[in-house]
Design a protein around this ligand. Structure first.
Ligand code: SF4
Length: 68
């Protein structure tokens, strides 16, 4: 399973739920907004990325699953 993660930084309010939920995928930048950790830009195998998308209170995270 491979999960492409997209953060809509216009929507993100910096609640930090994503970094709490999937600390291997997300971090917060200096302003507290969500950012992908280095190496996660092309997708991740961490299923918690989907949980993070659910946890985001404003729906700023979009995930799309690909196989292979
Ligand atoms: S949980 Fe959503 S609003 Fe909060 S930092 Fe992550 S993307 Fe932004």
């Amino acid at each position: 399973m491979h999960i492409k993660v997209n953060i809509d930084t216009d929507v993100c309010i910096g609640a930090g739920q994503c970094a709490l939920t999937a600390p291997n995928v997300f971090t917060q930048d200096d302003d507290g907004f969500s950012a992908l950790l280095p190496g996660q830009e092309n997708g991740t195998d961490d299923a918690m990325a989907k949980e993070a998308a659910r946890a985001c209170p404003v729906g700023a995270i979009k995930v799309s699953e690909t196989t292979g």
